[in-house]
Design a protein around this ligand. Structure first.
Ligand code: ASP
Ligand code: MG
Length: 402
């Protein structure tokens, strides 16, 4: 008998029929003799709707009250699902984050989970109950309800799986696994049987949007075996783990696009030591995360530095630079928000040469211009015009997977 954590996303519990479907998956697992802890998201677009409701009342609502409001969505799901399970003849108990011992820091709307106090869940499992836990939420040491940030239920599930030493953490969603590219947009995208944590981390942060970044980070750190699968198809999904057997054969796992980026260029920087330090320490101090950085030789005693930040940070970063223009010493700063980052990820890349070259070749054939390039052990990223991003993804995908 194993302990399995199953997580169901918002679309999987969107209406009564789907809640029943989830209850059926859970009870089938339970009836095979496993202990089941299920983590649920809010139904469908509930979270967005709640955010909208708050806006109508107070667009500047405090994060504490936002958390109080948003956490209700997940509680509706677990209670309804518990009722569906009871109807199917099994015993279930639904627990809000605080009841399940999910303690977090007090950073409202982006809280981090502290070690989970699992006594209550253990007690319920010992009583042979199916335990349903509200995802995305916890409680701070001040006794306030917190949420983990959008998409945070994945992280709740992985954290619970780690704390309970579960044998498996299944993430049920509306796609049937991890694909080589977004199957809704890219012709020929196909499902991967397995993928490494590192690749998945890159793909998630690159905008593949299947798993919440922090959940994968956490799964890697605690060695939680993940399976991503569909709650509708009944087919096996994609396993996410430390090492996969197919790494040697396929050196590229996927192509992803991230439109949530903006590029800033500092033009005409003085050419002397310490400038880059000034720029990036300023950004770090103001919690602006920088991704790609390029420094190039400029003209006569000057140089340029370009870097990318998340779209939401772009204005702030620009203002920061302008405020400190004289102190840093540059002529002007340019902001471009109409760009996208396209990346190719593959754990086998490190041992196979020529991946970057193929990417450039594909983009050249598609007539897509490259703005910036960055590479790491397992990834090649290029910055392109947003208008050309889909074409770029398709061209690169064709080059590797056709
Ligand atoms: N309901 C929350 C959201 O929509 C958390 C989640 O779905 O994981 O972001
Ligand atoms: Mg959701």
């Amino acid at each position: 008998m194993s302990l399995i954590v199953q997580k169901f996303g918002g679309s999987s519990v969107a209406d009564a029929g789907r809640v029943r479907n989830v209850a059926r998956i859970i009870t089938e697992t339970y009836r095979k003799g496993h202990s089941v802890v299920a983590v649920l998201s809010a139904q469908g677009d509930t979270t967005d709707e709640l955010i909208e409701k708050a806006r109508e009342i107070n667009p500047q609502a405090s994060r504490r009250e936002m958390d109080m409001l948003l956490s209700t969505g997940e509680q509706v799901s677990i209670a309804l699902c518990a009722m569906a399970i009871e109807r199917m003849g099994c015993q279930a108990v639904s627990l809000a984050g605080w009841q399940a011992g999910v303690v977090t820091d007090s950073n409202h709307s982006a809280a981090r989970i502290k070690p989970i106090r699992t006594e209550r869940i253990r007690k319920e499992l010992d009583k042979k109950k199916i335990v349903l836990v509200a995802g995305f939420q916890g409680i701070s040491r001040y006794g306030d309800v917190t949420t983990l940030g959008r998409g945070g239920s994945d992280t709740s599930a992985v954290a619970l799986a780690a704390a309970l030493h579960a044998d498996l953490c299944q993430i049920y969603t509306d796609v049937d696994g991890i694909y080589t590219a977004d199957p809704r947009k890219v012709r020929g995208a196909r499902k991967l049987e397995e993928i490494t944590f590192s690749e998945m981390m890159e793909l998630a942060s690159l905008g593949a949007q299947v798993l919440h970044n922090r959940s994968v980070e956490m799964a890697k750190r605690y060695g939680v075996c993940l399976e991503v699968l569909s709650s509708f198809s009944g087919q096996p999904g994609t396993n996410v783990k430390e090492v996969v057997k197919t790494v040697e054969k396929t050196h590229v796992s996927g192509v992803a696009k991230d439109e949530n980026v903006a590029r800033l260029a500092l033009v005409g920087l003085a050419d002397r030591p310490g400038i880059a330090f000034k720029v990036f320490s300023l950004l770090a101090k103001h919690e602006v995360n920088v991704d790609l950085i390029i420094q190039s030789i400029g003209r006569a005693e000057s140089k340029d530095i370009s870097f990318t930040v998340a779209l939401g940070d772009a204005r702030k970063a620009k203002e920061l630079m302008e405020e400190h223009r004289e102190e840093i010493g540059f002529q002007f700063v340019e902001l471009n928000e109409d760009i996208a980052k396209v990346s190719v990820v593959g754990a086998g890349m490190a041992h196979n040469s020529g991946v970057a070259c193929k990417v450039f070749e594909a983009l050249y054939s598609a007539g897509v211009n490259i703005n910036m390039i960055s590479t790491s052990e397992i990834k090649v990223s290029v910055l392109v015009d947003q208008r050309e991003a889909d074409r770029a993804v398709q061209a690169i995908h064709d080059r590797f997977f056709a």
